[in-house]
Design a protein around this ligand. Structure first.
Ligand code: TXA
Ligand code: MG
Length: 316
C-alpha cells in the first residue's frame, strides 16, 4: 500500500505531480476525455507498475501523451496523414497509431510494433506534460474492466493506495475516451470511436473489421456490476418503472425523470457522453440491480456513446 496524495491543480500541485512522474511514480490526472493514469512512457519499470496498478492485460498497449506535437518525432514515425490529422485536431481527443521508434519500450507498446500517441487538450494535462517534459503513457485511470473515471473521486475509488497521486481537476468535460485512428496509411482507419467523428476525419464507415483489429476491443469494457438495459428514446421512465414494479432496484439515465427512481437527466448525446460513466458508477455504489439508459442515434458523437453503451449492456 502507498499513500495516495490528492494534489490540487494549481502550480504547486502540478509541479509536484511532474516531479513524481519523472521519478517513475504513477500519477492520475484529468484530460478532456477521462482521467488518465500516467507513467513515464520511456521508463519500463514505471510502465510495469502501471499495468500492475490497473490489473491490465500486458498485451493491451498504452496511449503515449505529449505536451506538444513537436514531440511526436521522439516516439513515432510521422506520416503525411498524421501531420494533417495532428494539425486539424491536436491538442484534442484524437489518438494516432503510428510505427514506433525504438526508444519506446516494448512494454509501453504491449509488444506491438506501433505506438498510440495523443496531445490532450485539457489545460491541466498540458501543463503537467510540459512540466514533466517526458512522454507519459496514460490509460484511463480505472481498474481494468471498470467504467473510465471522469472525476478524481472515481479514480480514488479504483486506485487509492495503489498510486502516488491524483491531480484533482474537477469533472472531465467530454466523458468518453478519445477517438483512436490508425494513421500509418493514406486514409484514417478508426479503431475506437470518440467525439472526433468519422465524418470529421473523412474516415470510411467500415467499423467492425477495424475495431476488431484494435487490441483493446478484445476485452470486456465499461462494465458496471449491475445490469445495463437499453431503452428507446422517450421510453426510459416507463421501462424503469416497470422494472421497479418487479421488485428490482433501478437507476435511470434519460431525457426526463421517473418517479421514485434515481435519474440522471441528460439532454442529447453530448450530455449523455459527459455523464454516462458517473451514472454507471453511481448505480453500482447504490447496489442497483439494473440501470436503464435511453439510447441516442448512433451517428456523430452518438456513435461513440452507443459503442460504450452496447458494450456495457454486454451485447457487443
Ligand atoms: O481518451 C483517452 O484516450 C484516455 C485518456 C486518458 O487519454 N485514454 C485511454 O486509454 O482511453 P486506454 O488505455 O484506456 O485505451 C487505449 C486504447 C485501447 O483500446 C488500446 O487497445 C488502444 O487504445 N491502443 C493503444 N495502443 C495501440 C496500438 N499501438 N495499436 C492499436 N490500438 C492501440
Ligand atoms: Mg480504458
Amino acid at each position: 500500500m502507498t499513500t495516495t496524495r490528492l494534489l490540487p491543480a494549481d502550480p504547486d500541485g502540478i509541479a509536484a505531480a511532474a516531479r513524481l512522474l519523472c521519478a517513475g511514480e504513477l500519477v492520475a490526472f484529468p484530460t478532456e476525455t477521462v482521467y488518465g493514469l500516467g507513467a513515464s512512457a520511456l521508463d519500463p519499470a514505471a510502465v510495469a507498475a502501471l499495468f500492475e496498478a490497473k490489473d491490465r492485460p500486458a498485451d493491451n498497449p498504452l496511449i503515449v501523451h505529449l505536451g506538444d506535437d513537436d514531440q511526436l518525432d521522439r516516439v513515432a514515425h510521422r506520416t503525411p496523414l498524421a501531420t494533417r490529422l495532428a494539425a486539424d485536431h491536436w491538442p484534442g481527443p484524437l489518438t494516432l497509431v503510428l510505427d514506433a521508434r525504438p526508444e519506446v519500450p516494448e512494454i509501453t507498446r504491449g509488444g506491438h510494433p506501433t505506438v498510440a500517441v495523443r496531445v490532450p487538450g485539457h489545460p491541466i494535462a498540458r501543463r503537467l506534460l510540459v512540466a514533466a517534459g517526458v512522454p507519459v503513457a496514460a490509460p484511463s485511470a480505472n481498474r481494468s474492466g471498470r467504467p473510465s473515471p471522469t472525476t478524481a473521486a472515481h479514480v480514488a475509488e479504483d486506485l487509492d493506495g495503489r498510486i502516488a497521486a491524483i491531480v484533482d481537476g474537477g469533472p472531465c468535460p467530454i466523458g468518453v475516451e478519445s477517438t483512436v485512428v490508425d494513421a500509418r496509411g493514406s486514409r484514417p482507419v478508426v479503431l475506437r470511436d470518440g467525439t472526433v467523428t468519422r465524418e470529421q476525419l473523412g474516415a470510411d464507415d467500415d467499423g467492425a473489421a477495424a475495431t476488431a483489429a484494435s487490441p483493446g476491443a478484445r476485452y470486456r469494457h465499461y462494465a458496471p456490476t449491475c445490469q445495463v438495459r437499453l431503452a428507446d428514446p422517450g421510453t426510459g421512465p416507463d421501462v424503469a418503472t416497470e422494472a421497479a414494479a418487479t421488485g428490482l432496484r433501478v437507476h435511470l439515465v434519460a431525457g426526463s425523470p421517473a418517479r421514485d427512481i434515481p435519474t440522471t437527466v441528460v439532454d442529447g448525446p453530448d450530455e449523455l457522453a459527459a455523464r454516462l460513466y458517473a451514472a454507471l458508477r453511481a448505480a453500482d455504489d447504490d447496489r442497483a440491480d439494473v440501470i436503464v439508459v435511453e439510447t441516442v442515434d448512433a451517428t456523430g458523437v452518438g456513435r461513440a456513446v452507443m459503442d460504450r453503451l452496447v458494450r456495457a449492456a454486454g451485447r457487443p
